[in-house]
Design a protein around this ligand. Structure first.
Ligand code: ZN
Length: 478
């Protein structure tokens, strides 16, 4: 309990620990989950946005929404999958994006263990197949199509996987491995009949960002953001938890007069490719945004789960110097904290829209490395209320309040230099030493092999060394 002690003594942890049973952050998650899935551009997403806008207003902040277009979203009107014989029960599922509709279809279930020699046998059947064998199965399908394909992965809830690049001819539906096992058991004994009512279509829709302004003493802006949309899941961890944290930070700071202006933002359509934050950056290119802090995916997990920053050799990384100082602050507040590599997360968030535009930005989340995934159970039907831990949420919100207050008054350029200068100095020292060693070697060569006098060799190479050091200094440090 090393990290919690100083938090409690500093009075930073709100909610339960201090006898406040309101659990405000958790209440936001509960509401957002109750209207899920909040998929890009859908009505549920718009309802989430207006809830958030109203909350910001309740805290006395100037709040508004900004609309943007979403090409090719996916609207589900009806989705019911049932076993009707020999038992009757519902199967929860997540469709793979852009699966076509299948209205009022019923048929026998068949399990595909091997690739079928003859797909004709599977016509008018529901096919149950392990996710590992799905690609070759779908690739081998000709004109004889099954009614729908149910897929699953060992010991996993139903999962929302990235859309396939090929056009799907029948619905591909993820179910949980536990439901799949139940179906496999039933199939051992008798015929299993399944019924599906699935109506969905791709459509261009309107999504929105919600913004709230806390005017500071300067017009330099720090964005404090999260995303309110979800994939086809309850989206409790991803992204309701982040929204809850942003709302709580906004509430706590709403009456403060900070050196910089804070713009609270919850973005829409993050899951379809950071669409909301990209639209925000286009809309606010003229504003003086000096940094962005993105909160997201705050799950239950170990007490050493606070993470600040994403490492990546490509363009998904957060800003290293900003991560460094925020982690430092977190440690001073008693947290254990580190960053994670993109490969451990398998994804990124809205910070990328900011770093792409040259704005320093980071991503703050809480690791829950169950099932080998650092931010388990995002993008599965397990991402429900049970996956969010009230205490983690309150701790992250309390940390966020301290962080935003601190960041609002920092000389960011000085922080960047303070972080980068020692690295540059080390680079200069290394290169400088290299130049001197090379000069001595070259001087010795001229003296011993070419017959130059020592004074000639030293004179020439002193000048060359000095010139190269100046060049290196100008390139590295100036
Ligand atoms: Zn996500």
């Amino acid at each position: 309990m090393a990290f919690a002690a100083s938090l409690f003594s500093a009075g930073l942890v709100g909610g339960q620990q201090l006898g406040n049973t309101e659990n405000r952050a958790y209440t936001h998650v509960e509401y957002l989950v109750s209207i899920a899935p909040r998929f890009a551009g859908t009505e549920a997403e718009a309802i989430a946005a207006s809830y958030i806008e109203n909350e910001f207003r309740r805290y006395g902040l100037e709040a508004w929404s900004e609309n943007f277009a979403v090409q090719n979203s996916y609207l589900i009107e009806e989705n019911r999958l049932r076993v009707i014989s020999p038992e009757q029960f519902e199967l929860k599922f997540v469709p793979i994006l852009y699966s076509p509709s299948a209205e009022n279809v019923a048929g026998k279930l068949a399990r595909a263990v091997e690739l079928p020699e003859n797909y004709e046998q599977l016509q008018k059947h529901f096919v149950l197949i392990d996710r590992g064998k799905l690609e070759p199965f779908v690739g081998g399908m000709g004109e004889e199509l099954p009614l729908a394909i149910l897929t699953y992965y060992d010991k996993w809830p139903a999962y929302f996987e990235p859309p396939w690049t090929i056009q799907l001819k029948v619905p591909l539906l993820w179910i949980s491995s536990w439901d799949a096992e139940r179906l496999i058991e039933l199939l051992k004994q008798e015929n299993v009949e399944v019924e599906l009512q699935f109506k969905a279509r791709a459509e261009n829709l309107i999504s929105q960002n919600v913004l709230a302004l806390l005017r500071g003493r300067s017009d330099e802006i720090i964005v404090v953001g999260a995303h309110h949309d979800s994939v086809m899941t309850p989206g409790a961890v991803d992204g309701a938890s982040g929204v809850a944290v942003v709302l709580e930070i906004a509430r706590a700071l709403s009456t403060e007069n900070l050196p910089r202006t804070i713009l609270f933002a919850t973005f829409g359509s993050e899951e379809l490719g950071l669409l909301g934050s990209a639209a925000f950056m286009r809309e606010h290119a003229e504003n003086k945004i000096v940094a962005a802090i993105i909160f997201g995916s705050i799950a239950a997990g170990p007490e050493n789960g606070l993470r600040v920053g994403l490492l990546d050799s490509g363009s998904y990384a957060t800003t290293e110097w900003l991560d460094f100082f925020i982690q430092d602050l977190a440690r001073n507040l008693g947290f254990y904290v580190k960053s994670e590599h993109l490969s451990a997360i398998g994804g990124y968030s809205d910070h990328v829209s900011f770093t792409r535009a040259g704005v320093p930005a980071t991503w703050i989340f809480w690791a829950n490395p169950k099932s080998g995934k650092v931010i388990w159970p995002i993008h599965t039907l397990g991402d429900n209320l049970d996956a969010v831990d009230n205490v983690r949420l309150e701790q992250t919100a309390s940390f966020g309040v301290q962080l935003v207050r601190w960041l609002a008054g920092q000389d960011l350029e000085a922080l960047r230099l303070a972080y980068e200068y020692p690295l540059l100095l080390a680079a200069f020292a290394t290169l400088g030493t290299g130049v001197v060693v090379l000069s001595i070697a070259a001087g010795s060569f001229l003296h011993y092999r070419k017959g130059w006098s020592w004074s000639q060799a030293v004179w020439v190479f002193s000048i060359v060394t000095a010139a190269m050091l100046v060049v290196i200094y100008l390139l590295v440090l100036a």
